[in-house]
Design a protein around this ligand. Sequence first.
Ligand SMILES: [Zn+2]
Length: 265
Amino acid sequence: MNFRDLKKQSKTGPLLPEGFEPECWAEKRKEEMVKLLYAGMDPACRELAGRLEMCGYDEPCISPACPECMRRKRIWFIEQFMRLTNDKNWVFVTVIFYPDVMDTEDLTTLDPRKFFNRIRKQFEKCDIKGRALGGFEMDFHQESKKWMPHVHFVLECTDEKKLDKFKGLYRKSKYLNTRSGVVNRPVLIKPLGNRLNLSGYLVKHEWSRVEHYVFNGKRISKKKFLPDVLRRESLITRDWLGLAKMMFLYRLRRCEGKLKKNSTT
Ligand SMILES: [Zn+2]
C-alpha cells in the first residue's frame, strides 16, 4: 500500500469492529511511544522516536511501531478481510510455535517467513488448497521469560479430514512437551464467530506479555502490556521487520492496493 492508498482509505469510513481504536487514541498512543523510545539509551530507539515524531498525514512513516500508521493499515486489512472471507467456508486458526521460543537478545534474528513457509508446506502436505490470511505475533511469557512466536490466520477450508491432518502434524513431541506438567495446544481451530471483530484481532498494533496463574485448579493465561524495556525491544523489532513481513498470505497476493486471489496457484 502506498501513501495515496493510505490517504484514500481513511476517508471512506469503513465498517470497523466493536471498540476499534479511534483516531484520537492512536494520536495519543503515538505520543506515548515517542516518549518511551526517547527514554531508551539505545541510539536505534532515538532514531525510531524521531521518525515517529515526524510522521504525519502527508508523509506517514509506515512503521509497525507507529500507532497511527498501524491504525490505517489495520483498517485496510479489515476491508480486505471482509471482502475476501465468509462465515461458511473459512475457519480461524492459531498455530503456536512452542519449540521456537526466543530470548530477547535473539530478536535481531527473527524471521516470520520461516514460520509462514512451514505452514505453507503443511498446507501442501494436507492438500489444503484454499486461501489464508493473517498475521505473525510474539508474546512475552512472564514464566519462562521468553518470546513465543505464533500466527493467527483465517483459512478457506472446512474439510474436517484435512484440518485434522494439519493438526496432527503438530502432535509431535517437540510441540507437545516443552514445559513439564503443562500440556501444550499448538493448534487451535475454531469457527469464525463474529467476523468483523475477529478481523481486528488478526493484525494487532502491539505485542503483549502473557501471565499464567492457577484458578480453581485450572491454568489460566492473561494478556498484559509489556514493561517499558521489553516494549522498546518489541517496537524496534517490529519496525525493522516491517508489516509486509508479518502478514501471512496463502494463495493471495497484493495487487494495486488490494489483496487478490493468486491466479498462478
Ligand atoms: Zn507513522
